[in-house]
Design a protein around this ligand. Sequence first.
Ligand SMILES: [Zn+2]
Length: 167
Amino acid sequence: MALRKILLNGDSALRKPARPVEKFNRRLHLLLDDLAQTMYDANGCGLAAPQVGILQRAVVIDLDEEDSELIELVNPEIITSEGEDEAIEGCLSIPDIRGHVTRPKQVRVRAQDRFGVFFELETEGLLARCVCHEIDHLEGCLYIDIMSRQATEEEIAAAAESDKEKK
Ligand SMILES: [Zn+2]
């Protein structure tokens, strides 16, 4: 496993649609392992392959909550989404700011695992938000494209404080 360099906003790779993964081989497994290691190293809760310059439809997510575990999504697709929820969002490729983004409350996603086996995942709240954010990366879309406004320092501090209380 190895840490990969996270591309920053302004890099053209972040704006290109990613290709479907067709080969579920060692190369893919290495990519997924590297994505996870790079995400944990950067203290993020999700990372998509285009963020490390690989235009393939693969993402990793781990909310780093008590009962959370690493989720690997290959060729993910949102099947249904319900409700609306606004919260402050950030991105490892846009380290300096955060913004208010409205996302679905619940999302059902269909994806393949690292061996190509299809599965479905029912998500809500922060996990649903994270899934939508990472899938957007596969389309070359960043949250700053859809945020209502940038979050203020005070709002970011308040959100961090309430996160701490939850843990
Ligand atoms: Zn992101």
